[in-house]
Ligand binder design. Structure first.
Ligand SMILES: Nc1nc2c(ncn2[C@@H]2O[C@H](COP(=O)(O)OP(=O)(O)OP(=O)(O)O)[C@@H](O)[C@H]2O)c(=O)[nH]1
Ligand SMILES: [Mg+2]
Length: 296
């Protein structure tokens, strides 16, 4: 049959991201944050995580597997520390991308340097997550870690969920994602794009109400947006609504960036695109950019 997961012939390779670092830096907190579940125990004592833990997670609709590991410290008197170390080594071997978590409040330690050396021996993309940067004013704390010799670094807060999406973006910088296989049922895929608040969702709702022919909203299990199938005049359309992005205070820049990622993904998938513009504001630079993206 050739396409889709339904025929059982298509095996999708999901990239694996391993979270490693010395004890107590917030690896499990980051793991839980990324998979959006409380799977791993977070505690102020060190040596809490022992085995490797796995969970499925999602980076803007692209699935990946997360691995949490125990803190790497052969000299500590934490029970089973050698076994914990070995578990982390296995995770490093099996992962496609590595995230070295360090503690931005404590600063660089000798142990961070040791773990960095271990990671640099394997030829995989490494990103340093400088954790516990609980507000954006503390972002300069990452400078302390440049001497680890890993050029890609992001300041994050696992507990507050700050900048974790940026971390993923950096971690997966070299990942080639396998294209999502979408079963072609003949529906014309229409992406609805535009800046926040231009009325994308209103338009979609209007279309649905007018035609009263909503078939089903396909839940975005492997995607960030929800697709809506409608039938108009006997023809099937799939609306890819990229709405749902709202500007909030200080998150402006970040939100804009993610809006751009979502738009890009919708453009990749659609057959045609509706660019919605707010007539009262006219064409903005952002819209000109989206328009040229659509054309290319
Ligand atoms: N302020 C702050 N504290 C954090 C953050 N992330 C984790 N912590 C705290 O750091 C401590 C250790 O967190 P864990 O997630 O258990 O650390 P770990 O690296 O998994 O520890 P081990 O499994 O023992 O190696 C806990 O008390 C957390 O609440 C953060 O972003 N900000
Ligand atoms: Mg842990």
């Amino acid at each position: 049959c050739g396409i889709g997961y339904t025929c059982g012939q298509y095996v999708k390779k999901i990239p694996k991201l391993a979270i490693v670092g010395r004890p107590n830096v917030g690896k499990s907190a980051l793991f839980n944050r990324l998979c959006k579940k409380r799977i791993s125990i977070v505690d102020e004592a060190e040596g809490i995580t022992r085995d490797r833990l796995y969970a499925k997670a999602d980076f803007f609709g692209r699935p990946f597997e997360l691995i949490d590991t125990g803190g790497m410290d052969l000299k500590s008197d934490v029970p089973f520390n050698e076994a914990i170390f070995r578990q982390a080594e296995i995770a490093i071997e099996e992962a496609d991308v590595l995230v070295l978590v360090v503690d931005g409040q404590v600063g660089r330690t000798h142990l961070d340097e040791q773990v960095a050396r271990i990671l640099k021996r394997v030829d995989k993309p490494i990103t340093v997550a400088v954790n516990k940067v609980d507000n954006l004013d503390q972002l300069d704390r990452i400078h302390d870690f440049y001497s680890l010799g890993i050029s890609h670094m992001e300041g994050v807060s696992a507990v507050h969920g700050l900048r974790v999406a940026e971390l993923l973006e950096t971690a997966f910088r070299d990942t080639i994602w396998e294209e999502e296989v979408e079963i072609d049922d003949g529906a014309l895929k229409v992406a609805i794009v535009g800046r926040p608040n231009v009325g994308k969702s209103t338009l979609v709702n209007h279309l649905l109400d007018e035609d009263r022919c909503l078939v089903s909203p396909i839940a975005g299990t492997t995607r960030d947006s929800v697709d809506i199938d409608i039938e108009v005049g006997g023809k099937n359309y799939r609306l890819i609504d990229t709405a749902g992005i709202r500007r909030k205070g200080a998150e402006h820049e970040v939100v804009d960036k993610f809006a751009a990622i979502r738009t890009e993904r919708a453009l990749e998938r659609c057959d045609l695109c509706l660019l919605i513009i707010d007539a009262t504001e006219g064409l903005t630079t952002q819209e000109k950019r989206i328009a040229s993206e659509i054309e290319s």
